[in-house]
Design a protein around this ligand. Structure first.
Ligand SMILES: Cc1ncc(COP(=O)(O)O)c(C=O)c1O
Length: 440
C-alpha cells in the first residue's frame, strides 16, 4: 500500500509528544507493519526496536488478533459499559487474573496507561474511605516517575517538563527520591547493586506527613519513559515492607513492564514483590486497540461490595471500559502470547541481549548502558547547552539506516517486540554502533 503524502496536508494534526515543525519538514510515515518490521511510505523496511511505543509485544500483524477484531466488528460493535455487559469482557477478565501475580484477582478496564493510573489512584483513596479511614488522602510518587499525562499521573510523576506547565496539580502529593545513581552503578548488568536505601525515603515522608494521612505510593518497578531506571537490589521489597508496616497501599505502574517485557508475565513476578494495585495498558492488546487494565487485590475489591445491592459501588468508569473491540483484541493477544510463549521468552534472550548492548561500551559519548529483560538503555553525554539534540540526531540517523529506536532526554531506550530473534538483535546493535560512531 502506498499512501501519497503531500507536505501541505500535514498542518491540521497537532502531533503528540512530537517536534511538530521538524517532523512536518521531513515526515517519517509508516504505512504497513509485519512482525518485526515497519514499511515506510517510500517502501523501506524499518526494524522495530521499540515495539511501537513499548506496546507491540507480540510483533505486528498477528493473525489471531487481526481475526478476533474482524470477527467482533461484525458481531457486536459496541455495548454500553455501564449496567450492561458482553461475554468477551468477562472472558478476558477471567483469563487475565490467571496470569497476574497471586492475589490480584479483580480487574477494571480503561483505555490507556494514563487512565489506568487515575483509576488506581482513585481506587486507593476510595478504598481507605469505604473502610472508614478517610484521613488517608495523600499519595506519594517518585522523582523521575512517569505515570501518563492526566492530572493525577503528572502530580505523582516526577518529570519536570510535565509539571512545569499545568498549574497546581493534585494537592497532598509528595515524592520519593529517584534511584538513579550512575556514580555507583554505571554500566551495571541488570539490576544495580547499590541503592536499596533509597526506599528509606518513604520512612522520611511518613515521619513528615504521618502514615495516617497516606493512602498509597505509586512507582514504576522499572521506569521506562525517564530513561530506563532500574530498581536497586532489594529496593522494591523494602518499599513493600514499609507499606505493610504502615497500612499504605503499594501501586506498581506496570504499563511498560507488564506482559512479558522482563521475561516474566509482570515485573511483580520478576522481583517477587506483589503490589496491592497493578496498573497496566500497552501490551494488553498488543497496542492494536487502546485498552488498559487495573488489577486489585480481593480485599480492596471486597471492601466496596457492601450496602444496598441496587447502588453503584464505585463511582468510576469510562464509556469504552472493556468495550467489545478492545476485549476481542485482548483475547487474541493473550492467545498469541500463550501460543508463542512470549510472557517468558524474554528470559531466554536476556543474556544475549545484555551482551549485545554492553558491547557498545566505549563508543563515543556513551556514559552508561543499562539492561533488564528485553529492555535496554544507552545514555549519551548531552551536547553542552543543547540537551536532547545528540540523542535526537541518533534517532534520525538510525531511522534512515532502517532501525526504529526511541529517545528520552539523551538516553536511547530499546524495547523490541518479544518475538525478536538473535539475528534481529545483531542488526539492531550493529546499526546503533554505526550510528554512535559517527554521531557529533
Ligand atoms: C509507566 C507508564 N505509565 C503510564 C503511561 C501512560 O500510558 P498512555 O500513554 O497509554 O496513557 C506510560 C506511557 O508510556 C508509562 O510508561
Amino acid at each position: 500500500m502506498n499512501v501519497p503524502i503531500k507536505t501541505n496536508n500535514l498542518d491540521a494534526f497537532w502531533m503528540p509528544f512530537t517536534a511538530n515543525r521538524q517532523f512536518k519538514k521531513n515526515p517519517r510515515m509508516f504505512v504497513g507493519a509485519d512482525r518485526m518490521h515497519y514499511t515506510t511510505a517510500d517502501g523501506r523496511k524499518v526494524l522495530d526496536g521499540t515495539a511501537g511505543l513499548w506496546c507491540v509485544n507480540a510483533g505486528h500483524n498477528r493473525p489471531k488478533i487481526v481475526e478476533a477484531i474482524r470477527k467482533q466488528a461484525g458481531e457486536l460493535d459496541y455495548a454500553p459499559a455501564f449496567q450492561m455487559g458482553h461475554p468477551n469482557v468477562f472472558e478476558l477478565a477471567s483469563r487475565l487474573v490467571t496470569i497476574t501475580p497471586q492475589g490480584l484477582d479483580h480487574v477494571m478496564f480503561t483505555n490507556s496507561g494514563s487512565e489506568s493510573v487515575e483509576t488506581a489512584l482513585k481506587t486507593a483513596l476510595a478504598y481507605h474511605r469505604v473502610k472508614g479511614d478517610g484521613s488517608r488522602f495523600r499519595v506519594i510518587g517518585r522523582e523521575r516517575g512517569y505515570h501518563g499525562v492526566n492530572f493525577g499521573g503528572i502530580s505523582v510523576g516526577g518529570i519536570v517538563a510535565n509539571r512545569r506547565m499545568f498549574g497546581t496539580l493534585l494537592t497532598g502529593v509528595d515524592h520519593l527520591r529517584h534511584t538513579h545513581d550512575p556514580e555507583r552503578n554505571a554500566f551495571s548488568r541488570g539490576v544495580p547493586e547499590y541503592g536499596a536505601e533509597f526506599a528509606d525515603d518513604l520512612e522520611r515522608l511518613i515521619a513528615l506527613h504521618d502514615a495516617s494521612t497516606i493512602a498509597a505510593i505509586i512507582v514504576e518497578p522499572v521506569a521506562g519513559s525517564t530513561g530506563v531506571l532500574l530498581p536497586p537490589k532489594g529496593y522494591l521489597q523494602k518499599l513493600r515492607d514499609i507499606c505493610d508496616q504502615h497500612g499504605i497501599l503499594l501501586i506498581f505502574d506496570e504499563v511498560i513492564t507488564g506482559f512479558g517485557r522482563l521475561g516474566t508475565p509482570f515485573a511483580a513476578d520478576y522481583f517477587g514483590v506483589t503490589p496491592d494495585i497493578m496498573v497496566t495498558a500497552k501490551g494488553l492488546t498488543n497496542g492494536v486497540i487502546p485498552m488498559g487494565a487495573v488489577f486489585v487485590k480481593s480485599d480492596i475489591h471486597d471492601a466496596f461490595m457492601t450496602g444496598p445491592e441496587h447502588l453503584i459501588e464505585f463511582f468510576h468508569g469510562y464509556t469504552y471500559s472493556g468495550n467489545p473491540m478492545a476485549s476481542a483484541a485482548g483475547l487474541g493477544t493473550l492467545e498469541t502470547y500463550q501460543e508463542d510463549g512470549l510472557l517468558t521468552r524474554g528470559a531466554e534472550l536476556s543474556d544475549y541481549w545484555a551482551d549485545a548492548l554492553h558491547s557498545l561500551k566505549g563508543l563515543p559519548h556513551v556514559i552508561d548502558i543499562r539492561n533488564i529483560g528485553l529492555i535496554g538503555a544507552i545514555e549519551l553525554e548531552p551536547i553542552a547547552g543543547e540537551p536532547t539534540r545528540r540523542a535526537f540526531s541518533a534517532f534520525l540517523d538510525a531511522y534512515n539506516k532502517g532501525v526504529l529506536i526511541r529517545t528520552t532526554g539523551d538516553i536511547i531506550a530499546l524495547s523490541p517486540p518479544l518475538i525478536i530473534e538473535k539475528h534481529d538483535i545483531d542488526v539492531l546493535i550493529e546499526t546503533l554502533s554505526g550510528v554512535l560512531k559517527t554521531l557529533d
